[in-house]
Design a protein around this ligand. Structure first.
Ligand SMILES: Cc1cn([C@H]2C[C@H](O)[C@@H](COP(=O)(O)OP(=O)(O)OP(=O)(O)O)O2)c(=O)[nH]c1=O
Length: 199
């Protein structure tokens, strides 16, 4: 079977793939993240996921390449990773006390044929009100800086979240049921979690 490459620098994505027993190597994607395109959220995250996977598939033949992209939306405003401490604080002020949307696109590319399967998950997440001191303290931990929307549902930020509708793993950066489904759609068998006999 072809090797599996994860077109990502995100430690969460590699941990999640490892958690479900998919052996892989991580390779940094070479792409420009552009949020300016006026695409609907689900199309934008799939496009970005696809660009990441294709940038690696172009270089590594004999591979199956997985890419993903996560964006937080406050209404129609996309929030990526904060570029500064001030931007992280502003994002958290925006999201506190409200429900927002998280979109994660996932793309799987068969490098030999460049066939690409992609899909997305949409999750609604509610955050409680946050005091300015809490925001300042949280940003000071450094955790928000490499996370879309400036929070981590799986980390120190977990107690800020009061409700979630949808796939928790899509918020963390890689929806696992969808990922396994994409492998099936590309007819890639012999994954640890596919085709077993249910007992
Ligand atoms: C909302 C949220 C996001 N995140 C993370 C997932 C993603 O790593 C990141 C969103 O940024 P992405 O641009 O999707 O990914 P990345 O830059 O971290 O990695 P790469 O492009 O190399 O694959 O935010 C969390 O870990 N927890 C959360 O609760």
């Amino acid at each position: 079977m072809n090797r599996i490459l994860l077109a990502s620098t995100s430690p969460r994505r590699t941990q999640l793939l490892t958690q479900i027993g998919i052996a892989h190597e991580a390779v940094a994607p070479d792409y420009e993240e552009e949020h300016t395109a006026k695409l609907p959220p689900h199309e934008l995250v799939m496009k970005l996921a696809c660009e990441k996977a294709l940038s690696v598939a172009r270089i590594y033949s004999n591979s199956i390449v997985l890419g993903a992209d996560t964006l937080v939306y406050d209404g129609d405003q996309p929030l990526g990773k904060p570029a500064s401490v001030e931007e992280a604080k502003a994002m958290l002020r925006r999201l506190a006390g409200k429900t927002h949307d998280v979109y994660t696109g996932v793309a799987l590319v068969q490098a030999d044929t460049m066939r690409c399967e992609m899909d997305y998950r949409h999750v609604r997440v509610t955050m409680r009100m946050l005091r300015d001191e809490e925001i300042a303290w949280y940003v000071n931990t450094g955790e928000p800086m490499d996370k879309a929307g400036a929070y981590s549902i799986q980390g120190i930020g977990a107690p800020f979240i009061t409700e979630i509708h949808g796939d928790f793993y899509a918020v963390v950066g890689l929806p696992l049921s969808l990922t396994v489904d994409l492998f099936a759609r590309l007819e890639i068998s012999n994954l640890p979690l596919q085709g077993g006999n249910a007992e």
